[in-house]
Write a protein that binds this ligand. Structure first.
Ligand SMILES: Nc1ncnc2c1ncn2[C@@H]1O[C@H](COP(=O)(O)OP(=O)(O)OP(=O)(O)O)[C@@H](O)[C@H]1O
Length: 819
């Protein structure tokens, strides 16, 4: 296709991305440790080498002048497109004039928000490619689109597609994270000059994320998380609501995205129930990312077409589909099939031309990369040092986004930064520190998008939830610690756990790409260039690292009986699949023959893990009759912790007194229930109530929101009637019998998460016989009970069980008997 096509086998030049990088000598030049004395930091020479050098180096971004010219001259865009048809890449980068980096304010000052936004759109590198993107999808049903961070993929492509002749239904755009889905929907609604979601009948853009569905009838573009699209596929396998599905940020390779790609491949090649339901109406698919492996994806989709052609031959001649399915299982047994981790990226020339590819080169503004000269041991310390050097040396405006590993590192660094910032003189701008992590309530997350007050620099301390897709207005500087918490299955414990690991090159590029979106920027990498070179190109796909029970249940509920032959971009290890099947059998989601049963289908439709879904189903059983109470507890698991830590002894004592009324001797589950019930029953001032109990009001607001959504979903799933829901009052007490039933229901979903008390006072897990201690945050910390049930394992210096309740061992007999 036109301007942006990448000739087969041609890879992007990696060197370009970081061609302007500089070393920095953190240890040699910075006083040690700088942050202990802020005055020193102000006087110190920067730890990074002179950045003038970088300004002179050749960047790959397009400068604004080029973009302006492109806007004025559609002719030039057409010429570029024609040139690329002859095998050239997208428009060549033009060198910016030295020290004349474009500033967004010139555009922003223009009158009329809509005109300004339109001008901004037209200046994006992707804009001249609108026609070629549209025509690629007229000729083929699938387009793989690679474009640098900030080139305009997520915001522009959905809008381009709306005007295609085939687009008579909605465009879905998937995002790995809810925050990105919501913020992109807002931005695109703004750009289109319409309201958002359900707020007006004329609104054209909506979003759907777990526990928050804001999609109006007239919406043409729907941003949604990958999990939500999978949920929709269960209800509507043909995705009849849509003309097109855009899968964004595919490089993240979550299990959900891999499943989506498999289902979409089947739909594209006309296979299965979904394809039959579309009755020949084509579904267009766009798969996009800044850093995805286009070749591998191309091979995957082409293979789908090739196999389908083969299928026709098979059905005509050598066998039925049942035989085929047996064959695939047989070949798996014979190890003829792919090895774990091997990719399905074989090319077949005969299918070339069925899959379009497109590469949009260039970004709007340059981002200079600065590395440390020597590796550091403690990235939090290095981040602190770097934050104050940036703050004290870099001009305003320019907000800072720091990537850290998790909520704990974010919160401890926030404390330190605020402490030191308070010692700065008035010569420096103020620092507004904003934490950002997944468990933070949505309202608090949204604060990062608000502009900083006058003479104040925003400093966002984030986990990798801010890594892809989002544009945070004002951010010009990025600090990347080079690490992330990665979910990994631990065989020994039989559970997923989060481990701190080095990020991939792809993540580093995405992190850097959060700067340079509205103006030129800089990215400090708190590691050496050599360390960067040694990073893996991509993080291993989640399907190779995690518990697959949710994925397998989704496949089964979507009608895939032989999950081993489902098309996956990367084949997971066979043991992981088997483990997932076993867990689903234990949960009672599958029958003995491996087919999904009614319980399994009901669990799959709940926006929860299979374990929590099973708890909900158990609680809806009339014998247990504790659904609403269980929903209250499950809602609490959607936030990190409702209880706040006391900062002083005095506060601790006061809180302890009020909290005593909420604490339940049985443990954390029932204590959470008591807290939710008391909060819900509070009719005068919930905020005050929360303060008094040292409970996070914001977290409780989120919990109430999730509780409402889960109740609605339970009603939809016919687990509770609307009359029963309407008749509920806010109870504040729970009988002993109900309390036991609640814990039995949790045990049904978490039967493997049990540890028993040993004669020496320690606890050992029943499955795996591992030592585990009760986490200090638990009500049961330090207590000795017959056996404990826990939600999850956490690792710090030892293995802890978190979310713990006391259970009776004899409850297990019935549960294991039923399983
Ligand atoms: N919420 C916003 N506020 C201000 N500018 C925005 C916003 N969202 C997008 N933009 C502008 O639009 C540009 C393109 O954003 P978009 O998200 O479409 O790029 P992208 O190619 O998808 O990037 P990435 O690969 O990093 O997700 C940004 O660089 C920025 O200039």
């Amino acid at each position: 296709m036109a301007a942006a096509e990448v000739p087969q086998g041609q890879k992007r030049k990696r060197g370009q991305v970081d061609s302007d990088s500089q070393h920095a000598n953190a240890n040699a030049k910075a006083p040690k440790p700088v942050y202990k004395n802020i005055e020193l930091a102000k006087q110190a020479k920067p730890i990074y080498k002179n950045i003038e050098l970088a300004k002179q180096s050749r960047p790959v971004y397009k400068n604004l002048e080029l973009a302006k010219k492109q806007k004025k001259s559609k002719k030039s865009a057409k010429l570029a497109a024609a040139a690329s048809k002859q095998g050239e890449n997208a428009p060549k980068a033009t060198l910016p004039e030295k020290n004349s980096q474009p500033q967004p304010s010139t555009l922003a000052r223009k009158p009329g928000k809509q005109t300004t936004l339109q001008t901004l759109r037209e200046n994006l590198p992707i804009y001249p490619h609108a026609d070629s993107i549209r025509s690629a999808l007229t000729n083929t049903n699938i387009l793989l689109l690679a474009g640098e961070t900030g080139s305009g993929k997520s915001t522009q492509v959905p809008q381009f597609l709306l005007t295609s002749p085939w687009c008579d239904h909605r465009v879905a755009v998937t995002q790995p994270r809810r925050m990105a889905a919501i913020s992109l929907a807002r931005r695109v609604a703004d750009e289109m000059g319409t309201a958002l979601g359900k707020s007006s009948p004329t609104a054209k853009v909506g979003y759907s994320v777990r526990f928050d569905d804001n999609v109006g009838k007239g919406n043409k573009i729907k941003f949604l998380t990958e999990g939500m699209l999978l949920q929709e596929m269960l209800r509507d396998p043909g995705l009849l609501e849509y003309s097109c599905v855009v899968v964004d940020e595919v490089h993240e390779r979550s299990v959900n995205v891999d499943l989506i790609l498999g289902f979409l491949r089947d739909l594209l090649v006309g296979k299965g129930e979904g394809a039959r339901k579309r009755k020949g109406r084509p579904l267009k698919v766009v798969v996009m990312s800044a850093t995805a492996d286009t070749e591998k994806l191309k091979g995957f989709f082409e293979e789908g077409y090739r196999i389908t052609k083969g299928d026709t031959a098979t059905t005509n001649g050598t066998g039925t589909s049942e035989e085929k399915s047996k064959k695939s299982e047989l070949s798996l047994l014979n190890d003829e099939r792919q090895q774990p981790g091997q990719d399905n990226a074989r090319m077949d020339g005969s299918d070339a031309g069925r899959v379009s590819t497109c590469f949009v080169e260039g970004r709007q503004y340059p981002v200079q990369t600065i590395y440390l000269h020597e590796a550091v041991q403690d990235f939090s310390e290095a981040a602190l040092k770097c934050i104050f050097q940036v703050h004290c040396k870099e001009p305003m405006p320019g907000d800072i986004l720091v990537f850290l590993t998790g909520q704990d590192t974010v919160q401890s660094l926030q404390k330190l930064v605020e402490e030191y910032a308070a010692t700065l003189t008035e010569d420096f701008p103020k620092l507004l520190v904003l934490p950002l992590f997944a468990a933070l309530p949505q309202a608090a997350q949204q604060r990062i998008f608000e502009p900083a007050p006058r003479n104040t620099r925003k400093l966002i301390l984030a986990t990798n939830i801010a890594e892809t897709s989002i544009t945070v207005g004002g951010v010009r500087f990025v600090i990347d610690c080079g690490k992330a918490k990665i979910k990994q299955y631990r065989n020994r414990l039989g559970l997923d756990s989060l481990l701190v690991k080095p990020i991939s090159k792809s993540s580093a590029i995405q992190r850097k790409g959060r700067a340079g979106r509205e103006a030129a920027g800089k990215c400090w990498r708190l590691y050496t260039e050599k360390d960067f070179d040694a990073l893996e190109k991509d993080s291993p796909p989640e399907i190779l690292r995690c518990d697959l029970s949710a994925a397998v249940l989704t496949m089964k509920a979507r009608g895939v009986d032989d999950v081993m032959s489902f098309p996956l971009l990367t084949q997971p290890p066979r043991e992981a699949m088997e483990r997932a099947l076993l867990q689903l059998l234990q949960l009672g989601a599958l029958d003995d023959d491996g087919r999904v049963n009614d319980t399994g289908r009901r669990i799959a439709r709940l926006p929860l893990t299979p374990s929590l879904g099973r708890v909900i189903i158990a609680a809806a059983d009339p014998d247990m009759d504790c659904l609403l109470q269980v929903i209250d507890i499950v809602a609490c698991f959607s936030v990190e912790n409702i209880f706040l830590n006391a900062e002083t002894e005095e506060m601790k004592e006061e809180a302890q007194q009020s909290r005593n009324l909420l604490y339940r001797r049985q443990g954390d589950h029932l204590t959470l229930l008591a807290a939710v019930q008391a909060y819900a029953a509070e009719s005068s001032d919930r905020k005050m109530w929360a303060q008094r109990h040292l409970i996070s009001h914001r977290a409780m607001q989120s919990v109430m929101d999730v509780r409402k959504q889960l109740r609605a979903q339970a009603q939809q799933a016919k687990l509770v009637s609307s009359d029963a829901l309407a008749a509920t009052d806010e109870r504040t007490s729970t009988s002993e019998e109900t309390a036991n039933n609640i814990l039995r229901c949790f045990l049904r979903g978490f039967m493997s998460n049990v540890a028993r008390l040993m004669p020496d006072g320690s606890y050992k897990t029943i499955v795996g016989n591992q030592n585990v201690a009760i986490h200090p945050s638990s009500i049961l910390f330090g207590r000795k009970v017959e056996a404990i049930l826990y939600n999850e394992f956490v690792y710090t210096n030892r293995t802890y069980a978190r979310g713990v309740s006391a259970i009776q061992l004899n409850w297990l007999d019935k549960i294991w008997g039923d399983a």
